[in-house]
Design a protein around this ligand. Structure first.
Ligand code: SAH
Length: 409
């Protein structure tokens, strides 16, 4: 640990007291001896000790708080890794592929550790966790005895920290692909090249939950390697899985075959075009799943993204038979819960559909959301049920019963 000290502004102090782990550069008053990627003491403008933080010399996020007390135990890293791993044993004792450490949500900012069977994938996304890599590898080896640890340090956020983008084996060996169980299904994951760290682990619980609703003819749009499609296929008559990526399509096919599922049809297509084609050829589905990539990567892109979300949800609701469910997700942090609900309300109105909200779900519990830190809540997953649809040419609902917004004016 370095002897660096960083003094924050009054605003920074309040933020820390409210429990937010991030302090931006604009809230730094003074720094002494703080080295890039070190652990520093954090002081209030009146020199009151506020705790300890990871320091970044490059990022806009200068401090990431790791401890609010006056002491930092030298064993803090190992203790937090252990606590995070134990919590996963509590919430998902049988999960083979699971996120073991989710950064801020586990008290180790900018560290991700994912488990795929006997292998681990690590992401050190800030200067400090990157500097701690040897200790992290040592502790994980001790605690879990994995066959191999891969660093999947290719996310672009590393550049904000002045860190190179690399993928390399840190310990043991990592095979080309790893096969893991998700419930009664097995999936192949390519830890080096697959999206995220191989699988969309944040959807693990939603995949399983989707089985409750899947029936009849299912459409899984933005399928990746068939996370939703295969669970649905166990339950329903047939599944059409769609992805724009040829690699993803090949993997869905391989995964369907591996699990002996003959009722999955896979199509390589752009979902926006496909939904339009399906509607114009008057196709209908009993269940629709939409899990697009983040349309809004920045706050500025939120408006355009909202139009994208509305379009796919509107078309999905039109394709859905009454009585069927739409499982619809957004992983854009910038589209908040309430925004998504408003978008869905608009889409349902335009689709002439009467819809109930069956469930509001989110990223799996292995990706904890920190209360008071909205940045940690990014994935929303609504389950909607279409009760009825207006017949073409019938009186529109809004002319019979004005919406609340209009009444209020
Ligand atoms: N549903 C998946 C994860 C989906 S990730 C799961 O639960 O595991 C988003 C996927 O959408 C990626 O595989 C990406 O290739 C695909 N994609 C992105 N834009 C697309 C588009 N316009 N049409 C079809 N697929 C698209």
């Amino acid at each position: 640990m370095s002897e660096g000290r960083v003094t924050v502004t009054k605003k920074g102090e309040t933020r820390i007291q409210r429990g937010h782990p991030w302090i931006f550069r604009s809230d730094i008053e003074r720094r002494e001896g703080a080295e890039a990627g070190s652990v520093v003491r954090v002081l209030s403008p009146r020199n009151r000790p506020l705790g300890f933080a990871f320091f970044s010399s490059r990022s806009e996020i200068t401090l990431r708080m790791i401890e609010r007390g006056s002491q930092l135990s030298p064993g803090f890293l190992r203790q937090r890794l252990q606590a995070a791993i134990e919590w996963r044993r509590t919430i998902a004792p049988d999960a083979e592929a699971i996120r073991l450490v989710h950064g801020e949500g586990d008290g180790i900012p900018s560290l991700v550790v994912d488990k795929y069977g006997e292998y681990l994938v690590v992401q050190t996304l800030a200067q400090s966790t990157d500097a701690l890599k040897p200790q992290i590898v040592e502790a994980l080896t001790d605690l879990l005895r994995p066959k191999g640890i891969l660093e999947r340090n290719d996310p672009r956020v590393r550049e904000l920290e002045g860190l190179p983008r690399v993928v390399s084996v840190l310990a043991g060996e990592i095979p080309e692909t790893v096969v893991v169980q998700e419930g009664d299904l097995s999936f192949e994951a390519d830890l080096r090249h697959g999206q995220k760290t191989g699988l969309f682990l944040d959807q693990r619980e939603n995949h399983q939950r989707s089985r409750l609703y899947a029936r009849g003819r299912v459409l899984d749009a933005f399928s990746y390697n068939g996370g939703f499609a295969l669970h649905a296929a166990r339950q329903a008559e047939s599944v059409l899985a769609v992805d724009v990526s040829a690699d993803a399509v090949a993997r869905i096919q391989a995964n369907a075959l591996r699990n002996g599922l003959a009722n999955v049809e896979v199509r390589e297509a752009n979902v926006f075009d496909l939904l339009r084609d399906l509607l114009s050829s008057e196709q209908r589905f009993d269940t629709v799943i939409l899990d697009p990539p983040a349309f809004a990567k920045t706050r500025g892109a939120a408006e355009k993204a909202a139009r994208g979300y509305k379009e796919i949800n509107l078309r999905a609701l039109r394709l859905l038979n009454p009585g069927g469910c739409l499982i619809t997700c957004s992983c854009s942090y910038h589209i908040h819960d309430g925004d998504l609900e408003a978008i869905l309300e608009d889409a349902a109105a335009d689709a002439g559909a009467t819809v109930t909200i069956v469930e509001k779900r989110r990223q799996g519990r292995d990706h904890p959301v920190l209360l008071g830190v909205p940045e940690t809540y990014y994935l929303k997953c609504f389950v909607l049920r279409k009760l009825a649809e207006r017949q073409p040419g019938s009186v529109s609902d809004s002319s019979v019963m004005p919406s609340k917004r209009i009444v209020d004016k």
